[in-house]
Design a protein around this ligand. Structure first.
Ligand SMILES: Cc1ncc(COP(=O)(O)O)c(C=O)c1O
Length: 424
């Protein structure tokens, strides 16, 4: 049986899971001093004053937005390409998401289009640092200043990324982070709100601390189940589980099993009960260990991305990702543009390498946001984008195999097969 490479690799610091489980068994898994320590270190890492830990990244955004006391029907600007739950939180709070098209090279919100989308009802801009690549923050902040708008940065993918030497999450009025298992800092769920505004921080804290503590048995389950999932996407777990399903599906044309991996797109009002819980001590213990290692993890992702970019240079039919100058991406995902992404995906999985067609949402065309539809042709053309694995636990040998599989998959092997080009 061949060794396979899964599309995701969850980050993990050895020893942190047993310590967290022991804390739960001792009775310190829910409340405890690690929560405050983690918040303090997280704020210090960014050079800011206030970090508030919460149940999910999305809830950090929800509490921030709720704390800002904006008039009902305010317009909030989002990139068309982002995780649907984030604009949905704005809709749930009675605001109007306004989707703005993206830059075709970086896949991040296009600052020129941001300026053009501002109306007298606009109150805030929510740039997503998509896949770990910092947005072009200077023109975004300039537009916000010129029109008196708030900026809330979505850093779910980008903890540790930098723009012109400054960490993302420190430009706007506030920012939020996700600690879901696949994110740069994994505590098997959770999130953080970050700000330098003491009054805003106090309001966010009041809202988050009004939620209930989860039961210890649920914390135990969350950490154990998270670990099991992490092992299932590891080399051996993946080979004997999901790989077989993806391999078989690759012979059935466009049948895409990936859609079953993600949350169903649906209205989120009223908010699910699981969102309305507090962040726990056991997770904060894991978070403290993760934070000590975050720069080393990110450096590995960056080095891996560099190796893959070099390996794919000059290959017909794929274009490696572009980085804005003076930015440091953390490559939460590494995206190539492919002439024929479906063919590449099928060929790669048959060679044991699991790659994924871009999985974030083209929000402006979702039924959920039908009332807020805008034209975003660049975001709508992103089906040509393919995500290749570059995560920290891969070895150089794995990366070379990924490069070779993609190079081979790009070969036009039949004289009658049409050679396609990707859109400009
Ligand atoms: C871009 C983006 N923002 C926000 C979130 C929300 O994070 P959480 O799942 O912790 O609520 C995610 C989660 O995947 C995301 O991808």
């Amino acid at each position: 049986m061949m060794r396979t490479i899964a599309r995701y690799g969850a980050r993990h610091v050895r020893g942190s899971m047993p310590a967290a489980i022991k804390a739960v068994l001792r009775g310190d898994g829910v409340r405890g001093s690690s929560i405050q320590q983690f918040e303090k270190r997280f704020a210090d890492y960014h050079g800011l004053h206030h970090a508030i830990s919460v149940s999910y990244g999305r809830m950090a955004f929800y509490y921030i937005l709720k704390s800002l006391d904006l008039p009902p029907d305010s317009e909030i600007i989002f990139p068309a390409l982002t995780f649907w739950v984030v604009p949905e939180m704005a809709r749930v709070l009675g605001f109007r998401p306004k989707f703005v098209d993206i830059d075709p090279e970086t896949l991040n919100i296009d600052p020129v289009r941001v300026e053009a989308a501002i109306t007298p009802k606009t109150r805030a801009i929510v740039p997503t640092h998509l896949y770990g690549q910092p947005c072009d923050m200077e023109p975004i902040m300039a537009a916000a200043r010129a029109h008196g708008l708030l900026v809330i940065e979505d850093c779910a993918h980008a903890l540790g990324a930098a723009y012109k030497g400054r960490k993302v999450g420190t430009f706007g009025n506030a920012s939020f982070f996700s600690f879901q298992m696949l994110k740069p800092l994994n505590t098997y769920g959770g999130g953080m709100a970050l700000t330098n505004d003491a009054a805003l921080a106090a309001r966010v804290r009041r809202l988050s601390e009004a939620e209930e503590w989860p039961e210890a048995k649920n914390v135990f389950k969350k950490i154990l189940l998270g670990n099991l999932q992490r092992k299932l996407i590891g080399p051996y777990g993946f080979t004997f589980t999901m790989f077989l399903a993806f391999y078989i599906a690759s012979f059935f044309g466009d049948y895409d099993l990936s859609r079953y991996l993600w949350e169903k797109i649906r209205p989120l009002d009223p908010l699910p009960d699981s969102y309305r819980r507090r962040y726990t001590n056991a997770q904060a213990m894991i978070g403290l260990e993760m934070l000590k290692n975050i720069d080393a993890f990110n450096a590995l992702n960056r080095a891996h991305a560099k190796r893959v970019t070099a390996g794919l240079s000059g290959v017909d039919g794929v274009r490696p990702p572009a980085e804005l100058s003076q930015t440091e991406s953390v490559y939460y995902q590494y995206c190539i543009r492919a002439a024929d992404p479906d063919r590449l995906k099928h060929r790669a999985i048959r060679a044991g390498v699991d790659v994924e067609i871009m999985h974030v949402d083209i929000c402006n065309v979702l039924e959920l946001f039908e009332r807020f539809k805008t034209d975003c042709p660049v975001a709508e053309a992103t089906e040509h984008t393919l995500q290749l694995p570059v995560y920290a636990s891969l070895t150089d040998k794995d990366l070379d195999r990924i490069i070779n599989v993609i190079r081979n998959a790009c070969r036009v092997d039949s004289p009658v097969e049409e050679k396609r080009t990707y859109p400009a």
